[in-house]
Write a protein that binds this ligand. Structure first.
Ligand code: SF4
Ligand code: SF4
Length: 60
């Protein structure tokens, strides 16, 4: 089971992770990254690498 953590105190809502994810797991809503399709996650970690604010982590 994957666990995707978004640290709301760090997330700027920049959308970098959203555009990087090939599997439509993430959206920006209300200025924050939100996990909407966790079941689509392939654990590639691209979102983690794309975030300049250290605001998203993926645990498998
Ligand atoms: S890349 Fe980081 S700061 Fe930007 S929306 Fe995603 S989690 Fe938030
Ligand atoms: S680990 Fe990969 S598939 Fe999962 S949310 Fe991040 S970019 Fe998308």
């Amino acid at each position: 089971m994957v666990f995707i953590a978004v640290y709301k105190d760090k997330c700027t809502g920049c959308g970098s992770c959203v555009s990087t994810c090939q599997n439509q797991v993430l959206v920006v809503d209300d200025g924050l990254c939100q996990v909407v399709r966790k079941e689509n996650c392939k654990y590639c970690m691209d979102c983690v690498v794309s975030c300049d604010f250290d605001a998203i982590k993926v645990f498998v």
